[in-house]
Write a protein that binds this ligand. Structure first.
Ligand code: PTT
Ligand code: SF4
Length: 613
């Protein structure tokens, strides 16, 4: 009983071989779980230079020592692989019943390699593991797939599914779960599709490996009570993440018309107040009392679950000011299993290309019907345009050439989430140095930057804050693996997490500093993975990969508002980036230095990198 099962389930779809992967004891202290285990497996086991959509790629479902326990918002799971969108490390984090179920089934994760001869789903029922025929599910959306599996295995099972987007290898296809959650923005759903794996079903009822169950129960109960008593709890329960939309408009950071502008005249039709007015129900991930899944009846009569990112990217970014129409695009993305952020960015780029008259086929801002038609053409790659848009904004820019790179709002190929950062250098740095390509999840520094610093300055404290947040959010929460919302939204103290770790594992050495050292190890290993994979393509890693979207340097923020005309300064950004590297112990190309890797007990990784550079 050590807080872990000590093994991951290993499934080879080429041979149908199913076995246990017993990992070294040291991984628990060195990588904790979740993202930490995922990158360690990819570094150790993935042959370099593998095509992400080939059978050789490794698909990982990884939980952590706190996953699924009765403590606040614990039912998260990391899904990871080499990304088909970026060619580097890719992962996502979704709330799913598969997380507690996998723990109860006796595994700390699942490793999938190979490609099944025909579509299958993986069925895990404690120690009974099988691959089942999924040919009758192939071609179905995620809602119907989950409903069909639920009929067979009941509501208590955990489900992970892909839709037609994953089947057709759309490069930003995600994995979906429990009729509302979606994870794996950098195309982890496409990796699942490339393996002919339609779904994973998990059922378990074994005892959990906790050293001090009574202690966890007590601290967990206190946690739920603390969260309910938080001053913002009621407001959060009314609006969830959508409460930030109005703030983004006010601060000129709302992505509008493909990030050309930062304010949207129709924002009141889409903000948290409007959502609270029209929402029909709300739900949460298992083990959570914060229920941020806000559901509305969309224009087509479907139940559509909306978060801020979905609304920002499919509303203002496309010039659509009707929540029920946004709901339709969001529902389709959920059913096809596409990431709404990248989808909104791809559609926005199409809108901007049309604005510049470079295409024979056009879409006008606000043209809901046309955007809706494009979502389906993308999901099925049904024609030349749909096929191109399925590749993401970076490849669209390569294809169109000329100024198109200014319309691709991405870093390393992954599209930016819904925070327009023309005049926000710290947030730009956060997007640029996120370990999976542009995503706000590792360091949402924007509210600190706007509220507590000189907004458009390039002070070193911004680089420090980005790293602090990356350690907490990208390191701690992604490896534990629990939801970060109790802390970030309602102030649940970070100090609770090492306490839980101690109670679960029996290791009394855990404190925040120890956790942050693991976070730094994970970051440097992920960076080394990118360097290795790019090198295998003949590309030498350099600082240009850590630059925010070209638009924020090359154009000025348009539209209304006090920040009209703002843009980033390349020389100052460069200095901020160097300060970031310096603080991380990485060299001027953004590659971890030998002494840094030695301090993080990654000498083997250093030795390997020395053979490349
Ligand atoms: C996350 C990204 C986000 S982040 C959102 S809304 W957000 C979008 N949601 C999508 C969706 O829905 N459907 C869809 N088809 N595509 C979507 N793409 C977008 O995906 C998510 C919540 C949210 S809501 C956030 S911030 C927090 N993220 C956490 C995280 O990353 N780690 C962690 N330890 N805790 C977190 N808690 C919060 O979880 P990706 P989810 Mg998602 C419908 O996974 O790939 O990281 O993309 O996980 O279960 O849906 O919860 O304003
Ligand atoms: Fe899931 Fe939201 Fe709860 Fe986090 S706060 S666990 S995303 S319902």
């Amino acid at each position: 009983m050590t807080g872990y099962h000590g093994k991951l389930l290993q499934v080879n779809l080429n041979s149908n071989n199913i076995s246990d992967f017993v990992y070294p004891e040291s991984w628990k202290d060195d990588y904790i779980g979740g993202r930490g285990f995922a990158v360690k497996i990819l570094w150790d086991q993935l042959p370099k230079g593998v095509d992400p959509l080939s059978p050789e790629n490794i698909l990982i479902f990884s939980i952590g020592p706190l996953s699924g326990l009765t403590l606040p918002s614990s039912s998260k799971m990391v899904v990871a692989a080499k990304s088909p969108l970026t060619g580097g490390y890719g992962d996502g984090n979704l709330g799913t019943r598969a997380s507690p179920m996998l723990k109860k089934a006796g595994y700390d994760g699942i490793i999938v390699t190979g490609k099944a001869e025909y579509p299958v789903y993986l069925l895990i029922n404690n120690n009974n593991i099988s691959l089942e025929d999924a040919r009758n599910l192939w071609g179905k959306g995620t809602y119907d797939t989950e409903a069909a599996l639920e009929k067979l295995y009941g509501k208590k099972a955990g489900f992970l599914t892909i839709g037609q987007g994953g089947e057709n290898l759309v490069k930003y296809a995600t994995i979906r779960s429990q009729e509302g959650r979606s994870g794996g923005r950098p195309g982890i759903g496409a990796v699942m599709g490339s393996k002919n794996l339609k779904a994973v079903v998990v059922l378990g009822n074994q005892q959990l490996p906790i050293v001090d169950p009574e202690g966890v129960k007590k601290l967990g109960k206190e946690g739920y009570r603390t969260i309910k008593k938080a001053g913002m709890y009621e407001h959060w329960m009314a609006q969830g993440t959508t409460m930030v939309l109005e703030w983004c408009h006010e601060t000129s950071t709302l992505p509008t018309l493909n990030f050309q502008q930062g304010q949207f005249s129709g924002f009141k039709n889409l903000d948290g107040n409007e959502l609270a007015r029209v929402k029909t129900t709300q739900f949460g991930c298992p083990r959570c009392n914060m229920q941020c899944g806000m559901v509305i009846k969309d224009e087509a009569g479907k139940d559509s679950e909306l978060d801020y990112e979905n609304i920002g990217m499919l509303g203002p970014n496309l010039g659509i000011d009707d929540l029920k129409k946004v709901g339709v695009l969001n529902w389709l993305a959920d059913d096809y299993g596409l990431d709404t952020i990248s989808l909104g960015s791809v559609l926005g780029m199409m809108g901007e290309a049309s604005q510049h008259n470079i295409l024979s086929e056009k879409v006008n801002w606000g043209d809901f019907d046309k955007f809706k038609e494009l979502v389906t053409r993308i999901s099925f790659r049904s024609d030349e345009l749909g096929n191109l848009l399925a590749e993401g904004t970076k490849r669209m820019a390569d294809h169109w050439g000329g100024d198109a790179i200014n319309w691709a709002i991405q870093v390393k190929g992954l599209e930016c989430s819904a925070y327009n950062s023309f005049s926000i250098p710290g947030m730009a740095l956060s997007f640029a140095t996120s370990p999976i390509g542009a995503h706000h999840k590792d360091a949402w520094v924007i509210s600190y930057e706007i509220n507590e610093t000189n907004r458009d300055s390039y002070e070193i404290l911004k680089a420090e804050k980005v790293i602090e947040l990356q350690r907490i959010r990208g390191g701690m929460f992604e490896s534990l693996t629990t939801c970060r919302f109790p802390w970030i939204e309602l102030g649940y103290s970070l100090d609770n997490y090492p306490k839980f770790l101690h109670q679960v594992t029996g290791n009394s050495n855990w404190d925040l500093n120890q956790v942050f050292k693991v976070a730094d190890r994970i970051y440097s290993l992920i960076r080394s993975f990118w360097v290795r994979e790019f090198h295998s393509e003949g590309i030498e890693w350099n600082k240009n990969f850590d630059y925010p979207p070209a638009k924020w340097f090359n154009e000025e923020l348009a539209g209304d508002g006090p920040y009209k005309g703002a843009k980033l300064d390349r020389t100052k950004y460069d200095q901020l980036l160097m300060e970031y590297y310096n603080l991380r112990g990485w060299n001027e190309n953004g590659i971890p230095k030998s002494e840094t890797l030695a301090k993080l007990d990654l000498v083997d990784v250093d030795n390997y990198l020395k053979t490349l550079i």
